[in-house]
Design a binder for this molecule. Structure first.
Ligand code: GLC
Length: 496
């Protein structure tokens, strides 16, 4: 941090001690000093940086559509449009006991799902929070941990004798990272996303790695299907709401899946699957506009988020939208205003200066603060960052959170619109199953997506409605395992 900063900060001495300092001049004595007027001036600047006009949105949609098409035509594209080998929709009649292991961006979840037919099910689950070390350590070690958790879960949740001698329970493995699949129980990790940096895994078959760990732990299961959370969400949502045609996740990461006719998947012609067969496509749209950065409106804060991430250049769309990054974008704006001597004068702001300390959950709390004094925002800043705020500053933070959250929702609308428009769903309309912490917990996120769709399509945009999806990574995974078992038992495309 530059020592020339007005305001406040910290210095580290050669012996490693941290010293707080602040600089003030005589005219700044009435602290904290940011006034309504200065904050309103600053807000105007950020408004113009973060606002997306309908015209700009329509341009993004067009570029997005071309990118989706390209991913279906050719292998190894930036947006890979991955065929998942999940053939068509569930019938709703799927039945039986299935295990699901869900390795997401934040947690590892293990579930036992009993499908009861007619869109009904029962689920028992355990959750384990992944440590930051686990997200960076050796791949096989991570899968060994998944297997151990599954073993503990089976031992404590499945009654002795339920699994007969020699019987193996089918397992759906939800692995929510881009994997190119040659068949449903295989998946070569293209790249880690969402801040993961686990070693010795990129380029390898993660299903095979997990099977190795399952074998070591001697667990009586068969890995039937490797699935992405979006694909699971698509299938689980359709299981309970057959109008669902698209699924989206707005969580730590951001991605979508939909059902495609194989005749449109030029790159998979050699598989010998009939043109009119349907298959779910995992878009991995978080990668849209990566590397080239031609289409998305990136601010200087977005560029810093990108350049300081463990994967610069990658996941360009996701970095503007998902829960992993929104808090960091807001923090960078705040730090700029501290550097400019606008905010928190005379206070020690070192707690705000560490990357990723500003949780995206704070943005939703800030936006939903119901009090005139914005007491929730006072709480966030005093409790977590030990700084006092003026009312003008708090109003500014709330408005800023709104700008960043609204941009994320409107960009999400662009992605949904691209699929809707490509598939011709606008006239008849469709339901979009949506899940993830941002969608579920950020106030107004869904409404803003819907407004965005109207800005793109006009009144007809109302035909596209998002709804909270059924648990794709658990229930969806189980349904896919059931569908796969049925398909293979029926001798259909058994090679994939
Ligand atoms: C990231 C992953 C993707 C996943 C999404 C939501 O974008 O690459 O596979 O679906 O996060 O969890």
């Amino acid at each position: 941090m530059p020592a020339s900063r007005r305001g406040s900060g910290t210095l580290t001495t050669p012996s490693g001690q941290t010293l707080a300092f602040h600089t003030r001049t005589h005219d700044e004595e009435d602290l904290p000093h940011a006034t309504k007027k200065t904050m309103a001036d600053h807000l105007r600047k950020y408004e113009s940086l973060f606002t997306l006009t309908p015209q700009r949105m329509r341009m993004i949609v067009e570029a997005f559509k071309d990118t989706l098409e390209l991913g279906l035509q050719k292998h190894d594209q930036v947006v890979p449009m991955i065929p998942t080998f999940v053939f068509g929709w569930p019938t709703g009649k799927e039945r039986g006991d299935y295990l699901a292991v869900d390795l997401g961006g934040t947690n590892l979840r293990v579930c036992l799902v009993t499908l009861q037919g007619e869109g009904k099910f029962e689920i028992t689950q355990s959750k384990y929070r992944l440590s930051e070390e686990q997200k960076q350590e050796d791949g096989q070690k991570l899968f060994d941990f998944c297997a151990e958790c599954l073993k503990t879960f089976i031992d404590s949740n499945i009654k002795e004798g339920t699994i007969k001698e020699g019987q193996e329970l089918p397992l759906g493995f939800t692995f929510s990272y881009p994997c190119s699949q040659e068949r449903i129980d295989h998946g070569q990790l293209i790249r880690w996303t969402k801040g993961f940096g686990v070693t010795n895994t990129e380029g390898r078959d993660v299903a095979a790695m997990f099977i190795e760990s399952l074998g070591k732990a001697d667990i009586p299961v068969t890995l039937t299907a490797l699935i992405n959370d979006t694909t699971g969400t698509l299938i689980a949502s359709h299981y309970v709401n057959p109008r669902t045609k698209i699924a989206v996740i707005f969580g730590t990461g951001c991605n979508a899946a939909y059902m495609e006719k194989m005749g449109n998947v030029e790159k998979s012609k050699s598989l010998g699957i009939k043109d009119d067969a349907e298959m779910a496509i995992n878009c991995e749209w978080g990668a849209f506009d990566s590397f080239e950065h031609e289409h998305l409106p990136r601010t200087k804060y977005d560029k810093v988020v990108d350049e300081t991430s463990n994967k610069p250049g990658e996941q360009a769309f996701e970095k503007l939208i998902s829960g992993r990054y929104l808090g960091e974008i807001l923090r960078l704006v705040i730090c700029e205003l501290i550097d400019e001597g606008v905010l928190f004068l005379g206070q020690n702001t070192y707690k705000l200066e560490a990357p990723y300390v500003f949780d995206t959950a704070f943005l939703s709390l800030m936006e939903s603060d119901p009090t005139d004094e914005l007491l929730m925002i006072i709480g966030i800043f005093t409790h977590f960052f030990a700084v006092e705020t003026t009312l003008a500053e708090r109003q500014f933070f709330r408005a800023l959170a709104m700008l960043i959250g609204k941009r994320a929702a409107r960009l999400s609308a662009c992605g949904i619109a691209a699929i809707v428009s490509k598939m011709g769903y606008l006239e008849e309309g469709c339901s979009v199953g949506a899940d993830g912490s941002l969608y579920n917990k950020y106030p107004g996120f869904a409404d803003r997506i819907h407004e965005g769709l109207i800005d793109i399509f006009g009144e007809k945009g109302k035909n596209i409605v998002t709804h909270h999806a059924e648990d794709g990574s658990g229930v969806g995974s189980a349904i896919i395992a059931a569908m796969t078992k049925e398909r293979k038992d029926a001798g259909l495309y058994t090679h994939v």
